[in-house]
Ligand binder design. Structure first.
Ligand code: AOF
Ligand code: ZN
Length: 346
């Protein structure tokens, strides 16, 4: 199963909102074939593993190790569980069941009904962690939300409102680029668009699926003159200003208009659009709003070696007064460039 998990990881950045899956076929203590899910719309891990077995080798009565329950549905590819039975696999070890309601136990049932000996749970925690966003999404019917903040030692993100202050160095830039590549969507507030005119794309590698840039612009302050409204990667705007619908009517920008949006409703809408993971990059008001909800799962802070002092802008700033402390769980600290990266969980 360790090998199957290592195989699965080869699909990173390629599977989009499909899980990363790996499979190993074993017979008489020999490995006959290895495979992984090649990417969204392509062969599943099991099929890829079968395809990798040399023609001289007989698969009948082999044992299979798969990191995810084999699928039972006709999707972009036919069901893997049928192929496993057809090939005569005798026994199968599965790390975790598939939370996707299209499958959810049906694959395992099919295998059992057709005489395959099934074991579930080997390296389950590792598999769940590998597809953390996928698992979270189907369990909660909401995207997995990470807040990302770059701040000074004294917790400031900018020397003045509406002013871009460069805090972090190239190493942090690279680290954030990699972080973005793991998410399906990136969120900012209109204030960040107005102040920074950011691109919010991944430039250090070529991604087949660029994360969707999601802009929260209740008042409708953004226009098509900003860079994210004009390039290849998709941009979605959530607004309470109906004029935005007309403003972006002839543009690829997708506008979600409602008289009043709550954060929860926005998350539900994103889930409905198939977004399993969201990286919230600011600004301060949005970060603060998330911090106070159960919608946030993870916080990643890049704490730099600088001090701002004075009354510069805090990373979490709301219009209301904060009455209670929010305690998070410290998961990891790591030195990255001129910052200490602190990862915390709700
Ligand atoms: C497997 N093996 O390697 C993967 C599985 O749209 P499709 O046809 O590619 O199906 C996608 C769904 O199939 C996905 O949401 C998940 O339930 C399952 N993924 N299943 O047996 C694999 N990637
Ligand atoms: Zn499959």
């Amino acid at each position: 199963m360790e090998m199957a998990l290592a195989e699965a990881k080869k699909g990173r950045y390629l599977t989009y909102n499909n899980p990363m899956v790996g499979a190993v076929i074993v017979k008489n203590n020999r490995i006959l074939g290895l495979g992984h899910h090649l990417g969204f719309g392509y062969e599943h891990a099991e099929i890829n593993a079968f395809n990798n077995v040399s023609k001289q080798k007989n698969i009948r009565d082999a044992t299979m190790f798969v990191t995810l329950e084999p699928c039972s549905h006709f999707g972009k590819t036919p069901p893997c569980c049928r192929e496993i039975v057809k090939k005569g696999v005798k026994e199968i070890y599965i790390a975790q069941t598939d939370p996707n309601p299209l499958v959810a136990g049906r694959g395992i049932n099919y295998l059992k009904e057709h005489g395959v000996k099934v074991h579930v749970g080997a390296r389950e925690a590792t598999s769940r962690k590998l597809n953390e966003f996928y698992n979270y999404f189907y369990q909660n019917k909401l995207p997995f939300v990470t807040l990302k903040v770059a701040q000074t030692l004294d917790g400031r993100i900018s020397l003045a409102p509406s002013h871009r202050t460069y805090l972090t160095d190239d190493k942090v830039f690279e680290d954030v680029q990699k972080l973005r590549a793991d998410y399906q969507a990136i969120m900012v507030g209109s204030g960040t668009v107005l102040a920074d005119d950011p691109l919010l794309t991944v430039r250090i590698m070529k991604l087949k699926y660029s994360p969707v840039r999601v802009v929260l612009d209740r008042r409708g302050r953004t226009t098509s003159k900003f860079r994210i409204m004009n390039d290849q990667a998709p941009t979605w705007v959530f607004t309470e200003n109906e004029k935005m619908v007309v403003r972006f009517a002839d543009s690829p920008v997708k506008v979600f208009f409602k008289i009043k949006w709550t954060l929860k409703e926005i998350m539900q809408q994103l889930a409905q659009e198939g977004i399993q993971s969201l990286l919230v990059e600011g600004g301060a008001v949005i970060q603060d709003a998330f911090l106070k909800t159960t919608l946030m799962e993870q916080l990643i802070i890049y704490q730099t070696d600088q001090l701002a002092g004075g009354n510069s802008l805090s990373a979490f700033q709301s219009e209301r007064d904060v009455q209670e402390l929010i305690t998070l769980k410290l998961i990891e600290t790591k030195r990255v460039g001129n910052a200490l990266r602190i990862s915390l969980r709700r």
